[in-house]
Design a protein around this ligand. Structure first.
Ligand SMILES: [Zn+2]
Ligand SMILES: [Zn+2]
Length: 441
């Protein structure tokens, strides 16, 4: 069967399962869970894999899953394409679907990624298109893309349960990407007139940081002179950081946005234990490290001014994201078949980050943006308003791209892989963060 017929059948199978796929996306939206805690979401994904008859593994990087679909025409050593969906949410207590206990809410739309990933699997399996593919497809449900609850995850690290704070990094560490040659996922974006799909582009990388100021407790009113105020030390540190923001170059897109996660114990005690979390983000690793030196200098300055102590814990963050151009072009043709050429834009540089950035350093990978959202990302106003496009459109674009890459002996996938120049070997990547952090103190 030719590729056009395979694509038509896969899209028809996705449409036929439309209520099921949208229903899954909406169910996940209504039961948000934070990273490395996505137990119920993982259960829904396991049920969906089982329903399609796909063998899968679960409990990967604590809560992740992987199912494999063998291409009917795949020879030994044939390329394998991964379709990814992220399991996690954020915390946005004001969101109408926020979990009443944890405050978790899907205000980044990862629920749609999981539904679209299951949509691709549905399309390839139920249409029978998989039989014609000259390569395999792996479906990866990945935990913890949002880099949050840093203190909690640092504890998991110390307990040896994770080494990296992002799920895709953990998948890489566990060898779950070793047999993958290319990776694809979609992320939702805001609806914008004239551009339902944004392709390519890059985004910031970052390192994570925990900062702890230690002072000395004393009666806050009776004897403040006997104490050392760790909150005041943190305030001076933030002022020192803010004082050098104009030394960050515009082209480096530096973003440093600390929060204080503990500001003291009781109001009538001089704060002696104050904690911050921050990222230090920028467009390049060099710019991240340059900004990092300044941030650390500011933290130490705050402690020095008050006579407090400061402990800075550097944590592996995410690498800048660079999407593969040849791979994006294959996706573009299929996106055009769904939304029309006039609805496709080219993305520029974005200052946010994602752990697909790490994947883009070891294999060709793409993450097109699907404009289906109203309201700000990471806010209580986030709404998926074009459900058809978010859940089914994205699934069709990815299923057709998978067919283009893997039909006809997987010739197109081989060509994309051959043209990719990885900044890292797989082994070199795993050693990278350790070396970077040791050198950046
Ligand atoms: Zn997000
Ligand atoms: Zn996201």
């Amino acid at each position: 069967m030719d590729r056009q017929s395979l694509k038509a059948r896969a899209c028809a199978a996705i449409d036929a399962a439309g209520d099921e796929i949208i229903g899954l996306g909406e169910r996940i939206f209504a039961q948000p869970e934070l990273g490395f805690k996505e137990e119920r979401t993982a259960g829904l994904v396991a049920d969906a894999f089982a329903g399609l008859g796909l063998p899968y593994r679960s409990g990967l990087a604590l809560t992740g899953l992987r199912a494999d679909l063998a291409g009917g025409g795949a020879a030994a050593g044939a390329p394998r394409l991964a379709i990814l969906g992220e399991l996690d949410s954020l915390v946005c207590p004001g969101h109408p679907y926020a979990d009443p206990v944890t405050g978790a809410a899907h205000s980044c739309g990862h629920n749609a990624q999981v539904a679209a990933m299951i949509g691709v699997a549905t399309g390839l399996v139920r249409s029978g298109a998989a039989a014609a593919l000259g390569g395999g497809v792996a479906f990866l449900a990945v935990p913890a893309e949002e880099y949050v609850e840093i203190e909690y995850r640092e504890r998991l690290r110390r307990e040896g349960r994770i080494r990296f704070l992002g799920g895709k990094q953990e998948f890489a560490r566990l060898g779950l990407l070793d047999d993958i040659d290319l990776a694809m996922m979609c992320h939702l974006g805001n609806r914008a007139p004239g551009a339902k799909v944004a392709l390519g582009g890059s985004c910031n990388g970052f390192i994570g940081k925990l900062v702890r100021f230690r002072g000395r407790e004393a009666h806050a009113a009776g004897a403040p002179e006997a104490g050392v105020n760790a909150l005041a030390a943190a305030q001076v540190a933030l002022a020192a950081l803010n004082a050098q923001r104009d030394t960050f170059r515009d082209e480096d897109h530096v973003r440093v946005h600390p929060i204080i996660t503990k500001g003291g114990d009781l109001v009538n005690i001089v704060p002696a234990d104050v904690r911050m979390e921050t990222y230090v983000r920028a467009r390049t690793v060099e710019a991240i490290m340059d900004a990092n030196v300044k941030v650390n200098r500011a933290m130490r300055a705050g402690a020095m001014a008050l006579g407090a102590e400061v402990e800075i814990v550097e944590l592996p963050g995410y690498l800048p994201q660079i999407q593969d151009a040849a791979f994006s072009e294959v996706f573009r043709r299929n996106a055009a078949a769904v939304v029309g050429e006039g609805e496709i834009a080219r993305a520029g540089h974005a200052s946010h980050s994602g752990d697909l950035g790490d994947v883009t350093h070891i294999m060709p990978a793409i993450q097109p943006s699907i404009g289906a959202v109203d309201g700000a990302f990471h806010s209580k106003d986030f709404r998926i308003v074009d459900k058809e496009l978010a859940y089914l459109g994205a699934a069709k674009m990815m299923a057709m791209t998978a067919i283009d890459l893997l039909a006809d002996g997987a010739e197109a996938a081989r060509s994309v892989v051959a043209g990719f120049r990885p900044p890292f070997t797989r082994a070199g990547y795993l050693a990278f963060w350790d070396g970077l952090l040791q050198g950046g103190q």
